[in-house]
Unconditional design. Sequence first.
Length: 51
Amino acid sequence: MCGYGPIAVAMMLSAPGRISILDSTDSSVTLGMGAGSCVGYGSAVMYKPGH
């Protein structure tokens, strides 16, 4: 995973249980590359406590 530190801090500051996974894919889908040489992508929303 790239950017482990910033992601860990965002997860610690988000409200417990208030993380929504929006989508995930990999380069074998987006670029048509072979499954042995792909990179994964994901998007999520992390809510602040009280929101």
